[in-house]
Design a protein around this ligand. Sequence first.
Ligand SMILES: NC(=O)c1ccc[n+]([C@@H]2O[C@H](COP(=O)([O-])OP(=O)(O)OC[C@H]3O[C@@H](n4cnc5c(N)ncnc54)[C@H](O)[C@@H]3O)[C@@H](O)[C@H]2O)c1
Length: 261
Amino acid sequence: MEISANTPAVVTGGASGLGAATARALAAKGAKVAIFDMNEDKGNAVAAEIGGVFCKVNVTSDADVDAGFAKAREAHGQERILVNCAGIGNAIKTASRSKEDGSIKHFPISAFDFVIQVNLIGTFRCIAKSAAGMLTLDPLSGEGDRGVIINTASVAAEDGQMGQAAYSASKAGVVGMTLPIARDLASEGIRVNTILPGIFDTPLLAAAPQNVRDALAASVPFPKRLGMPEEYAKLALCMIETGYFNGEDVRLDGAIRMAPR
Ligand SMILES: NC(=O)c1ccc[n+]([C@@H]2O[C@H](COP(=O)([O-])OP(=O)(O)OC[C@H]3O[C@@H](n4cnc5c(N)ncnc54)[C@H](O)[C@@H]3O)[C@@H](O)[C@H]2O)c1
């Protein structure tokens, strides 16, 4: 699907990192971008920079997501592009013994549930509600595209590290649902693809000490550096613009395979 001037798009998690880079890249092509995020300050700043709109949305809330789509569609019209970047992580072992006093604890189930709610169910909520809206659109001329949906998983979906049970499960869920959703929406001309990023230089990692960042960069086979958010955005736009790209889960990771820790 061509991203032409005024193509309406929604980017969740668009206030920061991979989502912000994608919002900027879409806007540079003329798209009208609505940013769904919980971070009002950063979301408003990115929206102002790219001439888009900010919608304060927690993707775990049905009401927020409905209100976000209503605001975005009021401003720009029904979106033809949805990019899901909103996500969180945690690092807790399934069960562990304290080195100090030998006490034993397990991964709090509420913490596991929270990650699944945001990363997996939040992503599906936005997909389902966006796809329902896209069904009201006329197909575009050419191959009859109605829209394109891009999701963000992680290489942790395939090689999750210690402590990543919840995060890996949530991202493997996103990978697992990509093909069936693409099949559900195929007859309506909506394509669905998922990116599995490796280690990217986003605000998440900017906070890490330089030696940690250097060690992470050195662990990437080639190129020996962190991924740049603009590279994620480039792949997202490639998936949107390439008509034959559908039902795919693609790693973007410099050939890294994560070690156990
Ligand atoms: N940075 C990496 O190395 C990396 C690697 C693999 C996967 N990812 C995934 O990429 C996505 C983007 O990560 P990033 O590095 O850009 O992180 P980031 O923290 O810079 O951006 C994530 C954005 O999502 C928003 N968000 C979090 N929970 C939300 C919720 N419930 N509702 C709405 N918005 C919410 C945050 O406010 C933030 O603006 C995430 O899904 C993350 O798991 C990142």
